[in-house]
Design a protein. Sequence first.
Length: 337
Amino acid sequence: MSVEVKKLVVHYVDKQDEDTEIHLREDEMQLNDKVNVFIEQLHHAYNGKPGKGFCAFSGEKNSVVASAMQSYRNNELNFWHLTQEATNVLKEELNKYAFHETGYLVFCHYQYVASNFIMIALINIKEHYTITSDLDLSAAKHLDISRMQLAARVDLDAWDTAAEENRYISFIKGRAGRKVADFFLDFLGCEEGIDPKQQSQTMLHAVEDYLSAQQYEKSEKDDIRKEVFDYCNDCVTTGEDADVNTLSQTLSKSADVKFEDFYKEQGYELEESFPVDKKTVTSMVKFSGLGGGVSVGFERKHLGERVIYDAASDTLTIKGVPPNLKDQIERYYNDES
């Protein structure tokens, strides 16, 4: 198992009306195999969440969580009291907003590979149903990890070694609007730092310009784009930053000019390492779009071959319609005739 749990505390948060009710667990949870499996699932679910933001503790915001976390690391405060202080701040922040949040507030200090993290996540509850041995319907509740929207993770090692980069804390931006992200940043006492989407877009522009400058054949460009995408996708899966030196090795295999020299000479504002936005880098290997009731998606390498675009008539011609789509269309026409 790749995750080693060091500390775990879970509290209960219930806000239905104006006031938030907090039910505190009285001690740390005993560590066992179930705990390790749960946190490993939580870790991988968090890594798989798209559209995360990155930030750092800010001296201009509420510093309670940062101070408590630092005191814990200095052995001046135990982990349970850290969670108590942080939960009280969460309660205050929740009362400022019209959010309705009910769930379990998870605080965990764990190690993954060689890095130490503290994760804070508010996980909602979902009801599911099963059939008993007597063929009766039975209802039970479980933690809905896959749908968590309020969660943040502090990379403790990066906090020590690279605090000036302002990205040692990641958080889920979520789909419920900017206010939710702002609320969680206020709770943590953070200011948002590096923008993964902007960095990923800058990387894509630099890669495309580099490939054009090296005058690769189309097939070579497609192969290189696929290698770059695979590397970036692996970074998303593991939660690691993309490293420009590694990208350069992939891009510059048969070129005289290294990619890392090219992007610096051309003045691209690209960090030497950066968190990847998966949706952005997917456009490196796939075109897709939705509008007017039509959804189209295809691998980039097919453009100009199986898929022909005519700008003058604003049309796409597809050679070799996917069998399942073709079958649906033929059955439709057969039914109509």
